[in-house]
Design a protein around this ligand. Structure first.
Ligand code: DGL
Length: 352
């Protein structure tokens, strides 16, 4: 009897170390930004050069991530995110798409500049078909600064990407312990570590490597999206640009975009997407020439109501609903890969 118990104890003991190797595999796709930045001194928390530190150095600076998952890194780009164009956005999306298709990859983290992080995250939620966790993470201070936020943000992002309960919940932005939905998170402060907010609230929180969930998103994303990165050829999306609303606008601002060949204009209007009465004729002229007119708002919260400030049905215009202008630009560009029908484009703005 004693021999049997000893043998059983030994066999379990031999298995235990392998049990710790049953960790998920997470790939970190580095693109640049402040999280990879370098300042002249530790007191330079806001003056630094973004996109300097390579991915291996980022991972080696936080060895604790290897306790969470088997983590490897790839350097997709090394760029300050304000300089991302469609070319770089499509590069990131194609790299993430390639990774999530691999059976040995359980989750993906993208380290990214915070300036346009929300756009990349939203785009990935629209075009990458997977239920594996995709987590976009950045930092507001460079790793060279006192109380840098990047290392803990990266640790938390890896924990989220490795979390089985994060599957199927969409693309996340992880910043400052908050788990945000890619579609409604936005950068609201340009110098503090709690820079990201969503008017609909975070999906949850991640503390000490553990997820705490409080809501799910209500919109189509990833596997339920009608868009797919595999269908997008080349390095450019249909050209869509934004005009920022204010007093004393010029019709010439819109006509210049028409000359540049835009297929849609996102009007970041005042208030509930208002358009100046002396601008309406120009927008109608452009709409009749086939340029989609999409009313968003410069106001960070709320959503643009159809047929309220403007007779959208009469004009054949689209409203961006609660999407901010920079996200509306991306959805409009993807919509234009499918249709030129304003009613169909409006459906897409209701559903994503
Ligand atoms: N140049 C900005 C960017 O790469 C720095 C902001 C940041 O990453 O936090 O987005």
């Amino acid at each position: 009897m004693k021999k049997t118990v000893t043998a059983l104890a030994l066999s379990i003991g031999m298995l235990l170390p392998f049990a710790s190797y049953a960790k998920n595999n997470v790939v970190v796709v580095a693109t640049g930004g402040t999280i990879a930045g370098a300042g002249a001194s530790s007191t330079n928390s806001a003056t630094y050069t973004a996109a300097k530190v390579p991915v291996d150095a980022l991972l080696n600076a936080v060895p604790q991530i290897q306790n969470l998952a088997n983590v490897t890194g790839v350097q997709a780009l090394q760029i300050a995110s304000e300089s991302i164009t469609d070319k770089e956005l499509l590069t990131i999306a194609r790299k993430v798409n390639e990774l999530v298709k691999r059976p040995d990859v359980n989750g993906v983290v993208i380290t990214h500049g915070t300036d346009t992080l929300e756009e990349t995250a939203f785009f990935l939620s629209l075009v990458v078909h997977t239920d594996k966790p995709i987590v976009v993470v950045g930092s507001m201070r460079p790793p060279s600064a006192l109380s840098a936020d990047g290392p803990l943000n990266l640790y938390s992002a890896v924990a989220l990407a490795a979390a089985d309960d994060a599957k199927g919940k969409g693309v996340f932005v992880l910043m400052n312990d908050d788990i945000f939905a890619a579609r409604d998170v936005t950068k609201t402060i340009n110098i503090h570590t709690d820079a990201f907010q969503s008017q609909w609230g975070a999906l949850g929180s991640l503390v000490e490597g553990k997820t705490y969930w409080f809501r799910n998103i209500a919109k189509r994303h990833n596997n339920s999206s009608e868009f797919n990165i595999d269908d997008i050829k080349g390095d450019a999306l249909p050209l869509v640009q934004i005009v920022y609303g204010s007093t004393n606008m010029l019709p010439e601002s819109y006509l210049a975009l028409q000359k540049a060949g835009v297929k849609a204009i996102i009007n970041a209007g005042t208030g509930n997407g208002s358009v100046a009465n002396y601008i309406v004729p120009t927008l109608n002229q452009l709409q009749q020439q086939g340029i989609q007119i999409i009313r968003s708002s410069r106001v960070p919260q709320g959503f643009v109501l159809r047929n309220a400030e403007q007779p959208d049905d009469k004009y054949g215009w689209v409203v961006a609903h609660d999407l901010n202008p920079q996200k509306a630009r991306l959805l409009a560009a993807l919509a234009l890969t499918k249709t030129k029908d304003a009613k169909e484009i409006q459906r897409m703005f209701w559903e994503y």
